[in-house]
Every structure is written in C-alpha cells, then in structure tokens.
Design a protein. Structure first.
Length: 230
C-alpha cells in the first residue's frame, strides 16, 4: 500500500543568528552546503517523497528566498510584521496547507540515509497519534551537542527527557492549533497538550543527520555526505 502523502511545511523564516556573519546578508536556508543551498537539500527529499503541496514560510530577508523559490512550485507564506515561531507560523499557513495532518520540516539540517519523509509516513497511525516526531539517536546526530529531547518507548510513545534528538521533521494534526490564543508561539505548546493525553509519538531515524545551525556544521555536513568526492 502506498504511504499517505501529506502537505509539507518548510520552516524558512528564522533569523539564523547562530550563523553569525553568514546570515548578515542572506537567510539561513540559502547557505550553501555541499554545493547547494540548505533549502534545496530539504526540497530534494520532499520531492523524492512525492509531496504534492509544499509551503515555505518567509520572514527574515525574504526577497532572496522568493527569487530562489520562484520557479519551484513552492507556495510562500509571508510572516509580517512579526515572526510567528513554529506554531504561529504553521497556523498562519493553514489556508495554504489544508485542514488535515501535515508534515513540517526544518531547513537547517542535512540527511544521509533513507528518505526521512518516507520513513515517517509509513509509521503514521491517526487512530493513536496526534503527532509523530522523527528523532535521531545521539550517535547518529552530527554537530548536535545537546542531551537529547525525547525518550521513546517500545510502542513509539514519546516523553520528554535526555534521549533521541528531535530532527525537525514530524507529522502533526493541526486542529489543536486553534486552541492557543497567542499569535506567536512554539509547537512545544502543542506537544505539551499531546503529551498530556498520551498521543505524542516519536520514531528513530536509521540513517545519519547533521545539524547545520552553526557555521561549523557546514564542514561536518559535507564530511558526512562525502563531499566533494561524491
């Protein structure tokens, strides 16, 4: 059976402050890694998965991203005058995404291994899950220094704690977004509601993943990909 295909929300609005001078004149998704912009690494995976609708949110230095995405078919969700964070940004984009579950994906990471969107889509169970997060076991997370975000039990139910690292990719129901009164908020607020009802799930990724949130992550990601030798 063909896995369900979801609309995909690419988070591309952030300021990229941890990148320092690299984001002084360009948004982080346009930083080049292994010969192409970060956002193109994400788009290659999304297209390889076969997503039929792709939305990207824009805020910081949006014009270069608008030009870069102009011929790609990606639908743009502009956040102005204020940035809305992940939760507010996703809710703002719902008229473009539709009312059902969606995939959300950060654009500041690079992957090596099976297509992560295929992996998570095959495990989605709407009868049990309000969200399914794709997490990286710490030995497979390159360039990430934290203690981890979630502990995953044998049934894939997630609890917060030092364990696997959230990759920035998930499938999530969006109807609960309308219960949050703030305009700008993190998706952590939604996860907390799901944790309280036992409907937050997570699954480990079998490949490797590199966080490119800091300048040093560029070389680490290129080494992971074997670039420029590949």
């Amino acid at each position: 059976m063909r896995a369900q295909r979801f609309p995909v929300m690419l988070f591309a609005a952030g300021f990229g402050t941890r990148m320092g001078a690299l984001t002084a004149h360009q948004p982080k998704p346009l930083i080049r890694v292994a010969g192409k912009p970060l956002i193109d690494h994400a788009l290659d995976l999304v297209r390889g998965h076969g997503a039929e609708r792709i939305v990207a949110n824009l805020h910081y230095l949006p014009e270069p991203l608008e030009r870069h995405l102009a011929e790609t078919g990606v639908i743009l969700s502009h956040e102005s005058p204020e940035i809305l964070e992940t939760g507010g940004g996703l809710r703002h984009a719902l008229p473009l995404l539709g009312s059902g579950p969606v995939m959300t994906m950060n654009t500041d990471a690079v992957w090596a291994g099976p297509n992560p969107l295929d992996h998570i889509a095959a495990l989605w169970n709407p009868e049990q899950m309000d969200a399914l997060l794709l997490c990286i076991p710490k030995p497979q997370a390159i360039g990430h220094m934290g203690k981890g975000d979630f502990v995953i039990d044998g049934d894939l139910r997630a609890v917060r704690g030092p364990g696997a690292i959230y990759s920035g990719l998930q499938i999530i129901r969006t109807d609960l977004l309308h219960d949050i009164p703030k305009a700008s908020f993190s998706l952590n607020l939604l996860w907390d509601k799901m944790l309280a009802t036992g409907r937050l799930y997570a699954t480990p990724y079998p490949g490797t993943w590199c966080d490119v949130g800091r300048p040093e992550g560029i070389k680490l990601a290129e080494a992971m990909l074997g670039w420029p030798d590949v």
